[in-house]
Write a protein that binds this ligand. Sequence first.
Ligand code: EPZ
Length: 421
Amino acid sequence: MEKFVIRGGKKLSGRVAVSGAKNSSLALMPATLLTSGISKIYNVPEVNDIYTMIKLMEHLGANIKFENNTVQIDTTNIISQVAPYEHVKKMRASIYVLGPLLSRFGYAKVSMPGGCAWGPRPINLHLEAMKKLGASIDIDEGYVIAKANKLTGAKIHFDIPSVGATGNTLMAAVLAKGTTVISNAAIEPEITLLAEYLQLMGARISGIGTTVIEIEGVDELKPSEIFNIPDRIEAGTLLLAGAITRSNIELSNVIKEHLESVLIKIEESGAKLSYDNGIIKINAENLNIKNIDVTTAVFPGFPTDMQAQWIAYMSLAEGTSKVTDTIYPDRFNHVPELNRLGANIEVINNSAVVKGVKKLKGAKVMSTDLRASASLVLAGLAAENVTEVLRIYHLDRGYQRIEEKLKALGADIERVPTEEY
Ligand code: EPZ
């Protein structure tokens, strides 16, 4: 096991590059299962979730090379359409193999994803969409068993613009017979990129980037290559590292339009931002952090994946702020840990009421999930004395060696082995 030891209060400075996006990679990789041959995806972050997806796809028969942030996937010999529990339990995004396997092979047996640290995460929208496309769906001993001789196009409306369900349905519809129209589709940048990749493979898709996507099924797709987008959540997290430590830092490899809602809230809190083709600069020197309320929403709203980090930032604001999560009402496991650092936060239903305090004091805290652990690191950077963040395997799921980026910016943070759990 490893932990972070952070000596807080250091000013940050300098520039770091944002890595490729985790969540788009977790959709682009299974999309290659729709083809037979060698596909390439550039700018993939070296994070544990990517290795989990690699192991799952190798189990199916794919031959994968991952070096220098490039994933090369040979899907010529897919010998299995079964995604077993031991793989799926590690990562919910494993459900993304359902659509491609069903679409290309007419059969998929995928373990139901478990819940996660903050509660149940259903897949009903995925399964209803597959049924609408003509698949039979059975649930047996914790597995989804999907069968279809040939999927046929359909009109599919999502009550919730689910990112995963939109991605899975896109990948199921591209080889279906006839036309599929998805309405109330998710428009997160990761879904837009997935649709563009499918187009590069030969899929016929219109309405990309809008909530109504039309897919004209084709008989076959061919392998292709794509350059992945930067990780908007890592970018937002690193910007808040600058803001919470009242520093001036710069980030390269950022697409401003992908995190507009976060940038606006950071400016409302009093920090100054400037942009210069792909570089974002934040000036938070001598910042008195203003208390700014946030309510998460689907893109282009404030992302739920930045909610924990925002709460950490608001814990040092002048005044009280309210942070509401409309996507995951229970995603507040970071709050008790932040309170151990001296924050004053109360969770009421799906909101955290954050009473700003003058300072945070270092302590031993425990990560519970990916973004919760990011919020504890941010708080540790600003807290006095030493903060130890345990169970950082959660953090390694979605951030490529974040301590090296923070150290490059001047933070005093070390990754050390520990027996503590
Ligand atoms: C994606 O998860 C992301 N993961 C999550 O990021 C992110 O938090 C989430 O989208 C919301 O933006 C990946 O892209 C790999 P959803 P996903 O389906 O697709 C409900 C991170 O930290 N829902 O858009 O699972 C669901 O319960 C991770 O990087 C159903 O009810 O999210 C939730 O309330 C965490 N039925 C809402 O929709 C379904 O069938 C949004 O979920 C599917 C979802």
